[in-house]
Design a binder for this molecule. Sequence first.
Ligand SMILES: [Fe+2]
Length: 205
Amino acid sequence: MYIIKQKPLTMSDEQWKANITRSDRRQYLNTDYANWSMDVKSNAICKLKITYDEDLWKELYEIAQSLRYENFHKILNLAIWPECDATKRLQDILSVFENDIDKYLFFMSPPMTMDDMIYPHRDPTRGTSIYLPIGPYGIDYAPLEMYYDHDEYGLPENNSPTVWAWNTQCTHAVFNLYQPRYNIQLGMNLPYQQVFEKYNDLFDI
Ligand SMILES: [Fe+2]
């Protein structure tokens, strides 16, 4: 039998506030893209100077929700690139990369539980991914999280069509809790730094 004496836990208001669980992962992450350093953009993740119109973005969300996904394991569901007008238009917009693209894929993540999160990892294959968040919109799109040089970065809210490039060999994670989450990824076997140099004028630095 142990005799344990415990003193009350005292915390300032500030400490209490800082320790309350934050419901949105972005509150733990650096999503302030305008202030990301050149080091992050040239080694981990960067927005591309490529835009596409909102109608196409919305159409791609509808298409993404109607596809049949191959379930590799609970959290990795992939759909092979469907041939239609919308995907053709998108391919044209991203055609600058076509010689280096290994795979064009739609990704779907179902809402996850604690047992099957996309915990921090580096990909076993792929070097670079061209990444388009599709849906859900706004705060509901669980951010891709990137851990780089002692900071935690996350994609900003999904409020408009954006295109990113990111280094799949940099530790990353996704904690998607509430609804199916869709994105498009164009996988490249080239290392990120090489893509950054080769397509430098397209990187929003
Ligand atoms: Fe991954």
